[in-house]
Design a protein. Structure first.
Length: 392
């Protein structure tokens, strides 16, 4: 019979709730639990669990796929843990306690520090700086050593650029020999170094294979594009041939039309033009007669007013023409009409900076804006003492 049940988890869980999905903390310490008692199907229901305490039991490892995606604190101290690499499933883990596990070594500690990117505390100590050094500096150095090892021992065995089959043929031997020959760090971390070298060597081979696959796919794509372009050229040439044949046939048909149709159409156009011209002449004669009768009805005073208006219009036109004549000569206006201001000095003055001011914030704080420059004065130089702008 299983030691861990749903009822036990609800009893030990905080806050008290009827559903496992609402539990955030569980304490299962000192229950003589084994690894087989941790059922992944049951623990996967604890979707909101953030803290888990399984200290003081008989666990040899943490099972995979527990499904605790929100777990932030894990206490598995005082157990029989042999390896803790399965903890990489808890990507959000920040605090881990693995004290009093006699089978764990410092290499296991380094593995956990590398696998858990958000881990900040290990066995009650802050490991932020050492974990960052391990994840970045140490990994970069090992990557350079493995790259040099490939270039010295295996680059000459493959063609340039290497084919996919050639890379796969030497991949296993390359990883195996890299684990044996690449050395870095103290002997106490040799197990961790071999573990990381194997991981990096496999990633290096995968990157080579990915690059070659991309190159081959690009070459195939270019060939397909060339074929598509050739087909498009053939189609366009066929369309042009068909269009030219249609145009030739249409010209032939127009040439074979009878001449009688053209003469008929010309006669109809001439007759229509004759009718239109007669109607237009009649309308024009009627309008001219009306205009003449209207002019005779005008009286003498109206004629005088029209003469006065004509004279005023002529005067306005003259004034406008004079204005236009003045504006038509912009050079003359600029010289005669616009007065120039007399310059203060005979020559233009060019100022250059002689002194620079630098103010500091309080305690060199970039966010401090209280320190201000109130006033400043400079004496003029001797050679510039005669000029009016010699000083500030």
């Amino acid at each position: 019979m299983a030691k861990i049940t749903k009822e036990l988890l609800l009893e030990k869980g905080i806050p008290k709730h009827s559903k496992l999905g609402q539990v955030k903390k569980i304490k299962l310490s000192n229950l003589q639990l084994k690894t087989s008692d941790l059922d992944p199907k049951l623990f996967s229901q604890l979707r909101q669990l953030e803290e888990l305490d399984v200290s003081g039991n008989l666990l040899t490892e943490i099972p995979d796929n527990l499904g605790l995606v929100n777990l932030r604190l894990l206490n598995c101290a005082d157990n029989d843990m042999e390896q803790i690499t399965s903890l990489n499933q808890f990507k959000n883990l920040e605090d881990l306690n693995c004290e009093d596990n006699m089978y764990l070594t410092i290499c296991d500690t380094y593995k956990v520090m590398y696998l858990l990117p958000n881990l900040r505390r290990f066995n009650g100590k802050d490991i932020t700086s050492s974990a960052n050094h391990l994840r970045f500096v140490n990994s970069r150095k090992l990557m350079s050593l493995i790259t040099d090892f490939w270039e010295k021992k295996y680059k000459a065995q493959v063609s340039e650029p290497p084919a996919v089959a050639e890379i796969k043929a030497v991949a296993k031997d390359f990883v195996k020999s890299a684990i044996a020959e690449v050395k870095y760090g103290p002997n106490s971390l040799s197990d961790y170094t071999k573990w990381r070298v194997e991981m990096i060597a496999k990633e290096f081979v995968a990157s080579l294979l990915k690059h070659e696959n991309q190159v081959s796919s690009e070459s195939e794509g270019s060939e397909d594009e060339d074929e598509a372009e050739n087909t498009d050229v053939l189609k366009s040439s066929n369309r042009r041939d068909s269009q030219s044949s249609v145009a030739v046939s249409s010209t032939r048909k127009t040439r074979l039309r009878p001449v009688q149709d053209t003469t008929k159409s010309e006669r109809q156009v001439i007759s229509c033009r004759g009718e239109v011209s007669q109607n237009d002449t009649e309308n024009v004669s009627r309008k001219s007669m009306r205009i003449q009768h209207g002019k005779e009805r005008l009286t003498a005073p109206m004629a005088k007013q029209e003469n006065k208006k004509g004279n005023s219009v002529a005067v306005k036109k003259e004034t406008r023409t004079t204005k236009r004549d003045c504006s038509a000569t912009p050079i003359a206006v600029s010289k005669e009409c616009i007065p120039r201001k007399k310059s203060k000095y005979k020559e233009s003055v060019v100022l250059e900076p002689l002194h620079f001011l630098q103010s500091h914030s309080r305690d060199n704080d970039p966010e401090d804006l209280t320190t201000q420059l109130w006033a400043c004065a400079f004496e003029p130089e001797i050679k510039n003492s005669l000029t009016p702008d010699g000083g500030l």
